[in-house]
Design a protein around this ligand. Structure first.
Ligand code: SAM
Ligand code: SF4
Length: 324
């Protein structure tokens, strides 16, 4: 339990800050190699931390980044994690660009769920938003569905004036592939200039846009995964759509269950708060896990009540290193 009575059992791990795309809201100039390589955790170090975390009661783990699949050792990391007692749920967030080839080996290694980012289906717009090719991502999504993961979900970041017209095609795509679609409010994660009054599209408005096409039936008891999405089923298309209102939902943090591990080995109790606890130094200084356990306990005590995104939060390092 954290000081506010929340049960924290979910660790999101950024296994790299590198990425092969350059999304407008995340890394618009592309990867700049801002992190020093030796500072990054090795696969063995990640596994050791997961073992300690699982021993402390963490049960859900997600590999993210950056783009986790630019690392070649992800299937090995997954396999080793699934062998750790206590690791009950293991998921991956990806931009999908390398998923077509990697979905089968990742599933075989024991990965259970995959979240794929998809902000637009229109090829030109997808390229404008991410710099990448939507057809490779669609192939990746299809490969993930075919590989038999327990769940594949789509994530779309809402941007006014950019992808509103894509929402309905995305709903149809999601329903055709039998996968839930989650619509996510833009957050000032890497830079503040991506989030302006002009381009912020609240989930409430996205909901209204979908209501013009179909009836939204609330699914208050539906929990698909371990996150804060509120789900609705669309009456006629059958699509399941989750809304993640990190900024407009004032109760967003009340049910938070997670902490993050950054690509360079810091525990970050909250995505939207600068507090970090350095695990890497202890990890490299000693073979004993006692110090790591103590640092996890410190992180838990320091978990803030809520994120600072609605205030004057200024990101001081990129989302890709922290782990989205
Ligand atoms: N590269 C992978 C991907 O794109 O899915 C994993 C890392 S990415 C940082 C994880 C999630 O964070 C993605 O769904 C992405 O759309 C989301 N994200 C990144 N920057 C964001 C921002 N400024 N506001 C809201 N969501 C953001
Ligand atoms: Fe890369 Fe994901 Fe960030 Fe896009 S959101 S730049 S794919 S890390």
């Amino acid at each position: 339990m954290d000081p506010f009575g929340r049960h924290i059992d979910y660790l999101r791990i950024s296994i790299t800050d590198r990425c092969n795309e350059r999304c407008l809201y995340c890394m618009p100039e592309g990867y700049k190699g801002w992190e020093n390589r030796p500072e990054h955790l090795t696969a063995a170090e990640i596994i050791r931390i997961v073992r300690v975390a699982a021993g402390l009661g963490f049960r859900k783990f997600r590999l993210t980044g950056g783009e986790p699949l630019v690392r070649n050792d992800v299937p090995e990391i997954v396999r080793a994690m699934t062998e750790i007692p206590g690791v009950e749920c293991l998921g991956l967030s990806t931009n999908g660009t390398r998923l077509a080839a990697l979905a089968p080996p990742l599933r075989a290694a024991g990965l259970r769920t995959v979240n794929v980012s998809l902000d637009a289906l229109d090829a030109g717009l997808y390229r404008r938003i991410t710099g990448g090719d939507v057809n490779t991502v669609i192939a990746g999504i299809r490969a993930a569905v075919a590989a038999g993961f327990e769940r594949v979900k789509l994530n779309c970041v809402l941007m006014r004036g950019v992808n509103e017209a894509e929402l309905w095609p995305l709903v149809l795509f999601a329903s055709e592939h039998g996968v839930p679609l989650r619509l996510i409010e833009l957050m000032p994660l890497t830079r503040t200039d991506v989030l302006t009054e002009k381009n912020f599209l609240p989930v409430g408005e996205a909901m209204e846009l979908l209501r013009q096409r179909d009836e939204l039936i609330p699914q208050p008891d539906r929990r698909l995964g371990w996150g804060p999405a509120k789900y609705f089923q669309l009456k006629h298309t059958g699509a399941l759509v989750g809304f993640i209102g990190a900024l407009t939902n004032l109760h967003f943090c009340e049910s938070c269950n997670k902490m993050r591990l950054t690509a360079d080995g810091k525990i970050r109790p909250c995505l939207g708060d600068h507090g970090e606890i350095d695990l890497r130094a202890a990890l490299r200084a000693t073979d004993s896990d006692d110090a790591l356990r103590e640092l996890f306990a410190t992180a838990l005590r320091q978990k803030p009540l809520e994120h600072q995104f609605r205030g004057a939060y200024q990101p001081c390092r990129p989302m890709t290193a922290i782990g989205g």
